[in-house]
Design a binder for this molecule. Structure first.
Ligand code: SAM
Ligand code: SF4
Length: 472
């Protein structure tokens, strides 16, 4: 069952680990989609030890808190959640049950020693690159007094050691995440990722395609490829040469039954001509691209170490829209990076006006210890950051509403993924990621159906089923 490299050591230590039949596993996931994927894979790794998911922490023999370091006060939020989990552990102990508490993800990577020191009830601290070693860590933690910290970047690639996912994500899921690339070598001034997730690395093509085929065989119809820099993907191909994301997308598009392919998060610098051409050629590649720009000021883009100018971004968007005229864009913005003047902020507003985003995430800059911008002078006062953020978000909201409004009256393909909240309602996603509600038969779930959009709601669309579209 394993995907071990030949000659590499096995990760499970003792056969007794398999002995117990059922143990509850409760995973709390914070942060990005990559964490969602990682949490699912931690479940896969622990399944052979008898762990299966439970909804409530007080039913769990093991609780994993999978953390995110991107947001402000990330470590404090982790310690406050751990305080809550400590109470769960204590009351389970009174009832005669032991509980392993593990902290995973990027806060674990960055603050591992601190977590062990401040939270003595935590048994395991593991970074994002070591969760393939979880069974061994559980065995060590189970020994009296054993506490485990694994936050180094191991020489072996974790993907080579993970078991095959038996049921990718949740069984019955029509959409799934698939991590193909991790880490980052770009060192943007504000970002912790290169420090917490390590150097950029890509999974081999064969392993990605095999996992995608398993997902499709289990019923998945839409795959979102994940990576901190997903379009920097350069996995080893079956021929021994590195394949870029475009070539991988063409190969994925050949998998029968895979209707939709998405990928996130892309860096403008890695958006090459081949990938733009893939958007032109592959109907399976959805016409929605998350392409963070962060700022529209060349001065700030330089200070951020982003490696492109605002006009280069505009030109890239033009080429993408030429290749795929219905392409919609989303982005990330940071306002109040050290040194950002009113003029710089205005340049961001100008770029937003020129580009017209369908969706966007925007944040005030918050210093991350150890990153270059955190130690820089010219920090922008909080009230200035907040008023800039408000202005930006108002403009972005207008653009999102305007984009959604353009779909009203159009007929668009919707992949139905489940039932809605109201009786008789089913929900799905448009190619541009908006949730779409219609009144329809549950039998349509799992199919891509043409829907006439009749109304725009705050964060979704309403419509009427027009006709069924056959898929090979
Ligand atoms: N790799 C992606 C890129 O290059 O655009 C971004 C990944 S980052 C994990 C997700 C988003 O978090 C960033 O695009 C940025 O907008 C935001 N972010 C990261 N560090 C931040 C910080 N120190 N303060 C505010 N926002 C931050
Ligand atoms: Fe962080 Fe993205 Fe910059 Fe890498 S490219 S350092 S992940 S913001």
């Amino acid at each position: 069952m394993g995907l071990r490299r030949s000659g590499a050591p096995a990760i499970m230590t003792a056969p007794t680990l398999n002995a117990r039949a059922t143990r509850g596993l409760h995973v709390i996931t914070w942060g990005c989609q990559m964490n969602v994927y990682d949490s699912a894979r931690m479940g896969d790794v622990l399944r052979p030890l008898g762990y299966s998911p439970v909804d409530a922490p007080d039913q769990a023999d093991m609780i994993i808190l999978n953390t995110c370091h991107i947001r402000d006060r990330a470590a404090e939020k982790v310690f406050s959640e751990l305080g809550r989990l400590r109470l769960v552990k204590e009351s389970r102990k009174e009832a005669g049950h032991s509980t392993i508490i593990a902290v995973a993800g990027c806060v674990a990577q960055a603050e591992g020693e601190e977590i062990l020191a401040r939270a003595p009830y935590v048994d395991i601290v593991l970074g994002p690159q070591t969760y393939h070693r979880l069974p061994e860590m559980v065995a060590r933690a189970a020994r009296a007094g054993g506490r485990v910290i694994e936050t180094e970047f191991p020489a072996e690639q974790k993907f080579d050691f993970l078991p095959e996912s038996e049921a990718p994500q949740t069984p019955g899921n029509l959409t799934a995440f698939l991590t193909i690339q991790e880490g980052c070598d770009k060192f943007c001034s504000f970002c912790v990722v290169p420090y917490t997730r390590g150097a950029e690395s890509s999974r081999p093509v064969a392993s990605v395609l095999a996992e995608a085929r398993r997902m499709v065989a289990s019923g998945v119809r839409e795959i979102s490829l994940l990576g901190q820099n997903v379009n920097a993907y350069h996995g080893e191909g079956p021929d021994g040469t590195p394949w870029g994301l475009a070539r991988l997308a063409y190969a994925l598009a050949d998998i029968p039954g895979l209707m939709r392919i998405r990928y996130t998060t892309s860096h403008p610098r890695d958006m090459d001509a081949a990938l733009i051409a893939a958007h032109r050629d592959l109907p399976q590649l959805m016409p929605f691209l998350h392409l963070p720009v962060q700022s529209g000021s060349d001065r700030i883009l330089r200070a951020m170490n982003r490696g492109h100018t605002a006009d280069e971004y505009r030109d890239l968007v033009r080429r993408l829209r030429e290749a795929r005229p219905d392409l919609a864009l989303s982005s990330d913005f940071i306002v109040g990076h050290p040194g950002e003047s009113d003029e710089d902020f205005e340049a961001t507003m100008a770029l937003v006006r020129d580009t017209e985003f369908a969706l966007a995430y925007s944040f005030t800059y918050s210093p991350r210890p150890g990153t270059p911008a955190a130690g820089a002078g010219m920090q922008v006062p909080e009230d200035v950051k907040n008023s800039r953020l408000q202005a930006l978000q108002q403009l972005l909201r207008q653009q999102q509403d305007a984009f959604n409004q353009t779909l009203v009256g159009q007929t668009v393909p919707v992949l139905f993924t489940g039932t809605g909240r109201k009786p008789g309602q089913i929900v799905g996603r448009s190619p541009w990621l908006q949730p779409v509600h219609v009144l329809g038969q549950p039998a349509l779930i799992g199919q891509e159906i043409m829907v006439r959009i009749t109304e725009r709601l705050t964060n979704s669309l309403g419509g009427i089923v027009e006709e069924e579209k056959e898929y090979a």
